[in-house]
Unconditional design. Structure first.
Lengths: 111, 113
């Protein structure tokens, strides 16, 4: 069965410091991974997906199949990055795709 | 707001009562999902619709839970004989055919007292 692990419930960094939110997955198939973010009082929204290899709001994430990891990184944290971050694994279900989420990491950027 | 809409946003009910939630997906998104999120956890998959067909149900979805999506548009999730353990945030998401991004609603927070 698939599983996503986010070991840190809370990560506190100072503004301007580098950020790394850890995510490890377990899946026997070919993984499709995402990072979703939830800002205060807002809905869950997609931040980035591994297949796009894109940088969104300065964040990047590289899929490492050898280490089964998909860590989220940003070189310089900004106050507006404070939010809840969820790593998610997409797997095929009934002809569609469902997401398996980690437990989330609360990022707090302090001034 | 043209995103996924959920109603009500909050629901407080007494144990043993039935509750029904509604989700209106983004127009023309043929895929609709229900997830449940409890405190300190990430969302957990409950069920999935492609158009009006319910194609998968999680084992989390006990016999007290039923979901429908008549005509492939809005969806309802009903919980019968609610229990305190049903207290959670119920999230709806939709995706277009061929799309990889799931668009989430703001959720319905259920409290069973």
């Amino acid at each position: 069965a698939q599983r996503v692990t986010q070991p840190e419930k809370l990560l506190s960094v100072f503004k301007g410091a580098p950020v790394e939110l850890k995510c490890n997955y377990s899946y026997s198939g070919s993984p499709e991974l995402f990072w979703y973010v939830q800002y205060s009082r807002q809905r869950l929204q997609l931040l980035l997906r591994h297949i796009s290899r894109e940088s969104i709001k300065g964040f990047t994430a590289d899929l490492n199949k050898g280490e089964t990891s998909f860590h989220l990184k940003k070189p310089f944290a900004q106050e507006e990055d404070s939010a809840m971050y969820y790593c998610a694994l997409s797997t095929v279900t009934g002809g569609g795709n469902k997401l398996t989420f980690g437990t989330g990491t609360q990022l707090k950027v302090e001034l | 707001d043209t995103g996924v809409s959920q109603d009500p946003r909050h629901k407080i009910t007494k144990r043993g009562q039935n509750v029904t939630f509604r989700c209106d997906p983004i127009s023309e998104h043929n895929r609709l999902y229900w997830y449940r999120q409890t405190l300190g956890q990430g969302p957990e998959f409950l069920t999935y619709f492609q158009n009006e067909a319910q194609l998968e149900k999680s084992r989390l979805l006990s016999d007290r839970f039923s979901a429908e999506r008549p005509k492939g548009s809005f969806s309802t999730l009903e919980i019968q004989r609610t229990e305190q353990g049903d207290s959670a945030m119920y999230l709806c998401a939709s995706r277009p055919l061929g799309g990889t991004e799931a668009f989430f609603g703001q959720g319905t927070r259920l409290t069973v007292v």
